[in-house]
Design a binder for this molecule. Structure first.
Ligand code: BJW
Length: 246
């Protein structure tokens, strides 16, 4: 892998536009569980039973118990070497875009700014009834909530996590930013199973723009056979190795 990493570092160093798409695997070394796979969050639950608006409408208490538990777990996690390298690149490279599917906030805690958050934030909430008195969404870092489901301070109704569930549209302005970033020289995808759309489509789009595409993942995914370079390993190991060669 050493010569491949050195060659990739040379491409990264001279890229006019560099874009990275991250997924849950980038936070795995911080102790945040991934969704899919042997130890994934969904080994015991079906996504449809927790990560859809229909599930929330049916049983907001059950869904909030899951999110409250995850918020508690994430609150005790720290950014890892992968988050730190990407934060350093965001300062170093003028045309660098970090797109993430992660809702944990660890990229921001490592120092990354202007992160394109496709699936929202677990640290934001909104009024489920969209009451007129409440802003569209607001930050709430309460851990744990005293009452489950937690209540809207404006109307007393239930609030919901500020994340994007299956079947919900992503914020069009965020999709526009990610679409623009896919027009780049080097596009690296790290720590994602590459099965959830539209996120997985940005790699395909980058390829169509002629970008050199790279995947960093210890496992094989549907993207592995399509990228120019697949680096097998943890993001917390591989990204620092690239950074060393820059
Ligand atoms: C490591 C590692 C280490 C481990 N280092 N790596 C086109 C085709 C087919 C379906 C669709 C389509 N377009 C839309 C859809 C429907 C749907 C979809 O994609 N379904 C597919 C699953 C079939 N998409 C949507 O519904 C999206 N909305 C949408 O498109 O709106 C328009 C529309 C509306 C109505 C109908 C149709 C279209 C919304 C998707 C929202 C996803 N939400 C979630 C939950 C967020 C909130 C929460 O956190 O609770 O987002 S689902 C979950 O999956 C979460 C993640 O962000 C997302 C992706 O997961 P990720 O990050 O890839 O994690 P894992 O666990 O899957 O993989 C981890 C990887 O890391 C593994 O590969 C490991 O090997 C690796 N790894 N250690 C590096 N150390």
């Amino acid at each position: 892998m050493d010569s491949e990493v050195t060659a990739l570092a040379a491409r990264v160093a001279k890229a006019e536009r560099l874009s990275i798409l991250t997924g849950a695997g980038v936070s795995a070394a911080s102790g945040v569980p991934t969704f899919r796979g042997a130890d994934g969050l969904w080994k015991d639950f079906k996504p449809e039973s927790l990560a859809t608006p229909q599930a929330f409408a049916r049983d907001p208490k059950l869904v909030w118990e899951w999110y409250d538990w995850r918020r508690q777990a994430i609150a005790s996690c720290e950014p890892n070497a992968a988050h730190r390298v990407l934060a350093e690149w965001s300062r170093r490279f003028p045309n660098f875009t970090l797109i993430t599917q992660n809702v944990d906030g660890l990229h921001e805690r490592a120092g990354s700014r202007d992160v394109v958050r496709l699936h929202g934030s677990i640290w934001e909430v909104s009024c489920w009834q969209r009451c007129a008195a409440a802003p569209p969404r607001w930050r709430d870092e309460t851990v744990p909530f005293k009452e489950i489901p937690p209540r809207c301070p404006h109307c007393g109704g239930v609030i919901r996590p500020g994340v994007v569930w299956f079947g919900e549209s992503l914020d069009p302005a965020i999709v526009d930013r990610a679409t623009e970033a896919a027009d780049c020289d080097v596009f690296i995808t790290a720590g994602t199973s590459a099965v959830v759309y539209p996120a997985a489509g940005f790699l395909e789009l980058a390829k169509r723009h002629g970008a050199y595409t790279v995947e960093i993942n210890p496992e094989t995914t549907p993207a592995t056979s399509t990228v120019d370079l697949a680096l097998q390993g943890g993001a917390e190991v591989v990204l620092p190795r690239i950074a060393e060669d820059l």
